[in-house]
Write a protein that binds this ligand. Sequence first.
Ligand code: NI
Length: 136
Amino acid sequence: MKVTVCRQTHFNAAHRLYNPEWDDSVNQKVFGICSSPNFHGHNYNLIVKVKGEVDDKTGYVIDMKVLKDIVEKKIIEKLDHKNLNLDVEEFKNLNPTAENIAIIIWRILRMKIDHKFDLTVVLYETERNFVEYSGE
Ligand code: NI
């Protein structure tokens, strides 16, 4: 029997959507106010989903405290109160859209979470806009 356990957390970060191959007017046309040169912030909500067999002895899929600690240390400490474009190595040459942020978060967590588990990252950029990535 497989169960999905989920850990929800959040972080605040600034970004600017920008493609350096385009001039400012094209960036403005494609990304609108999200391309404003002086950055803007979001309160990101992050849900990490870990799916696996329920262990006979513990009744757990994964110890929630272990999952919490991985997410806090590897993701929240890295992204919270940062300017994603300027402060986070992964976005030096990668547009920090919700899609790309979710992919980066997934890749980091995938290295820390046992491969016997399926891993999904859901990232809310606003209350109504969110993306989901499962590594495909
Ligand atoms: Ni934005």
